[in-house]
Design a protein around this ligand. Structure first.
Ligand code: ADP
Ligand code: MG
Length: 452
């Protein structure tokens, strides 16, 4: 008996506000398996009790969920959802074409000619989407996941249920480790493998004309042991070219402003890009703000998102991937901390310099100016930044770190049209050489991460 794809109905409603995640504080349920440090046993017990209560409440409120799934643990608490690990009690009643294990068994056989072994229990992740989420957003996430179901590097949607105003998405459970537990120890060789897996996922997503919009470590479930990860969380994703409904499309082009601050001011050029910009007084300027989709997580937003470009492309995901690489090389997480977009532009100015920021703003029909004297005109290279962050002398940089810094230039390229694509990144020597000398990984790519 085939399992229906969607067992839910969603009513239309107004979209919610953009996501302002911090990139580090979400997604860690107190009992997440990847391990958080606990100060003592009683604290641990308290947390366990709270999780047990939460699970009991969920089972009680969501009719019949426990007939299909045995809830095991709470594994994530994000901005939009709580995620539980559960055993799929009715696995054998359905066709499971989402099951990588089953797919691999038919596509490949082991060297001995036998199909891959079967698992004893089937684990799923139940994503309980908060009832405050916009129905349109929920539908969008489920539809995009469904569209991407053929990609092994994107977490597929098994099915979804609705009870009253509560929607849950059912996903295969993926074994992974918490980024914060391993990012400091990653060698450049490990980074190559991590990014090969991430770019494989992004190539599939982008080939479908989809922007993920929220690339960050907690949305890429990676297993260092298997050098493989899957992309999750399409809650903010959108199709490329989506006519964003918050955009003030009726405003004349010279009449849109980014934001006013004392220290930095980025706004649309008045009238004609060929004329020297005239700078209205930020305090008295009455023109309405420019509006563009800026959904994403702070610290991971590309310059074109911060500058409110209204035609954003899949290149925004490649920038976010670059922020992850910068995090790994500098051993600093999160690397950027800014509370708002103006501060975020300043953080970028500290790295790229005022000249590059002015040029980048111009690309989006904006002017960028700051009166903060400490920012240099030409910025700093990534080698210098990595050396500073890791308290070393420049000569101490290894050859492969220099190679990584050169590759990073291609990801953290302020001009989105010149930024490397996922396809190009996979062919780049930095990534193409991943795994060389470590025994190859054809087999590794096939490993099923959902085995307990
Ligand atoms: P949110 O939109 O609330 O951020 P996510 O889809 O990112 O929700 O899930 C939150 C967290 O739950 C993830 O960071 C991860 O730790 C865990 N998680 C989500 N999906 C899975 C899955 N399929 N397998 C294992 N863990 C998952
Ligand atoms: Mg998330």
């Amino acid at each position: 008996m085939p399992r229906p794809q969607y067992e839910m109905q969603i009513a239309e409603d107004e979209p919610t506000e953009d996501y302002e995640g911090t990139g580090m504080d979400e997604s860690r349920g107190p009992l997440e398996e990847s391990g958080c440090t606990r100060s003592d046993d009683s604290e641990e017990e308290e947390v366990e009790d709270a999780v047990a209560e939460d699970i009991a409440r969920f089972e009680e409120s969501f009719r019949n969920i426990n007939k299909r799934y045995r809830l095991i643990n709470r594994i994530g608490e994000g901005t939009f959802s709580t995620v539980y690990k559960a055993e799929d009690l009715l696995y054998d009643h359905y066709h499971n074409d989402w099951d990588i294990d089953a797919r691999l068994a038919t596509r490949w056989s082991s060297p001995s000619g036998h199909p891959h072994r079967r698992r004893q229990a089937r684990y799923v992740a139940i994503k309980k989407i908060y009832v405050t989420s916009s129905p349109l957003r929920i539908l969008n996430e489920l539809e995009l996941l469904h569209d991407l179901r053929a990609s092994d590097s994107v977490c597929p949607l098994i099915t979804a249920f609705r009870h009253a105003d509560q929607v849950v998405a059912i996903l295969p459970y993926f074994q992974h480790r918490d980024f914060r537990d391993y990012f400091r120890d990653m060698t450049v060789g490990d980074m190559r493998l991590y990014f090969r897996s991430l770019f494989t996922a992004l190539r599939a997503v982008h080939a479908n004309g989809i922007l993920h919009r929220d690339i960050k470590p907690t949305n890429f479930l990676y297993s260092p042991q298997h050098s493989r990860g899957v992309l999750v969380d399409f809650g903010l994703a959108e199709r490329e070219g989506t006519d964003w409904h918050f955009c003030d499309c009726n405003l004349p082009p010279g009449d849109r402003r980014v934001k006013i601050e004392n220290s930095v001011y980025a706004y649309n050029l008045v009238n004609n890009a060929n004329q020297p910009p005239s700078f209205p007084n930020p305090k008295t300027d009455q023109r309405p703000s420019r509006r563009a989709n800026r959904a994403g997580t702070r610290g991971f937003r590309a310059p074109e998102v911060l500058l409110k470009c209204t035609s954003q492309t899949v290149a925004i995901d490649m920038w976010s991937a670059g922020v992850i690489l910068l995090t790994l090389l500098s051993r600093r997480f999160p690397f950027f901390h800014s509370a708002d977009d103006i501060d975020a532009l300043l953080e970028l100015t500290a790295i790229f310099g005022k000249r590059r920021m002015r040029e980048t703003a111009l690309l989006h029909g904006q002017a960028f100016e700051t009166n903060i004297p400490s920012y240099s005109e030409n910025g700093h290279g990534f080698e210098k930044i990595v050396v500073w962050c890791t308290n070393r002398k420049r000569e101490a940089l290894e050859e492969d770190e220099r190679e990584a810094c050169a590759f990073l230039e291609r990801l953290l390229e302020c001009d989105a049209s010149r930024r490397i694509t996922a396809e190009e990144a996979l062919a780049h020597p930095f990534i193409a050489s991943a795994g060389v000398g470590s025994g190859g990984d054809e087999e590794v790519d096939m490993v099923d991460l959902r085995v307990e």
